[in-house]
Design a protein around this ligand. Structure first.
Ligand SMILES: [Zn+2]
Ligand SMILES: [Zn+2]
Length: 301
């Protein structure tokens, strides 16, 4: 199984800004998107944040398309903008030869409606699906079939399971198991609800690589606890590195990758956060290799 990370950012895209010496070239400015490719030729997009724009371009440049087109699988963790805003720009969705099997944690009609609303003509010139109301509105011509997560087709070639996370509006984590090689992606998650954390701990067991939300420093979630001022981010649905490291003590994946970088954190900040997370892991005994997600990062299992 090959995994490529295309979008690493949470909340909103965050490009480098030379004028204020704010650089994000290393850790990326695009929002959440991955491409999972099991053995065989299945393409699985996980979330369609702004990073998925490049995934679509890469697939076209790679010459992935035959005359018959291609089947794509899409798994959405939840419908917040930073996980779906790349949908209107995903070029393979414009090719009528392609078929997309799109899964979300909702009724299939709701999955379709939530993605389609983003392309209401008030927001975007090209509709998600053909519009039947007289006006000739251009639309994305790939065939799209929508599924709830308990519906049938997720993947033909890899065992994919999911579990609920703790995030406002709901979200899920996905786990990909290909013959015992296991990769898991958390989606957005804030630790602290015991029953959910316990379930997720069991869910992640035996994963070799875990890609996990880690948007904050502990003092950003709870500034008062550290004698600081500022808006507490606790309750916003994201993890800090201490919570994450503590949680992973009973999971001990070989590699733990931190993602969903805060848009206000530049490369220097994220480098420092990496060092702090490694230091804390050493103190408490987490043996996993800790890595910060970068765009274009390729994982192989
Ligand atoms: Zn998010
Ligand atoms: Zn979210």
């Amino acid at each position: 199984m090959n995994i490529t990370i295309y979008g690493t950012r949470g909340s909103y895209p965050s490009p480098s800004d030379r004028g204020r010496s704010f650089y994000t070239d290393k850790y990326g400015g695009h929002t959440t998107s991955l491409l999972v490719e099991p053995q065989g030729d299945e393409l699985i997009h996980v979330d369609l944040g702004s990073g998925s724009t490049q995934a679509g371009i890469d697939l076209i440049n790679r010459g992935t398309y035959s005359k018959e087109g291609k089947e794509h699988t899409v798994l959405i963790t939840h419908f917040h903008a930073d996980h779906t805003e790349g949908t209107p720009y995903l070029k393979p969705l414009y090719d009528p030869r392609n078929t997309f099997h799109i899964h979300g944690n909702a009724d299939p009609r709701v999955v379709e409606e939530l993605l389609g609303t983003r392309q209401n003509k008030a927001y975007f010139p090209v509709a998600y699906q053909a519009v039947s109301t007289g006006d000739a509105v251009p639309f994305m011509m790939a065939k799209k079939i929508h599924y709830s997560l308990n519906g049938k087709r997720i993947s033909k070639s890899v065992d994919i399971t999911f579990e609920q996370t703790n995030h406002p509006g709901g979200c899920v984590a996905y786990k990909f198991n290909e013959n015992g090689k296991i990769f898991a992606f958390s989606g957005d998650h804030e630790f602290g609800v015991q029953s959910i954390d316990d379930t997720l701990r069991d869910f992640y067991k035996n994963s070799q690589i875990i890609l996990h939300d880690c948007q904050y420093l502990p003092e950003e979630r709870n500034p008062a606890q550290y004698g600081l001022k500022g808006v507490p981010k606790a309750g916003w649905g994201h993890a800090d590195f201490k919570q994450l490291v503590d949680f992973m003590l009973k999971v001990q994946p070989e590699v733990l990758i931190l993602t969903h970088h805060d848009p206000e954190h530049d490369d220097k900040f994220i480098d420092e956060m990496h060092a702090k997370a490694q230091e804390y892991a050493l103190v408490v005994g987490l043996e996993s290799k800790i890595v910060m997600a970068t765009p274009g990062m390729k994982l192989r299992l």
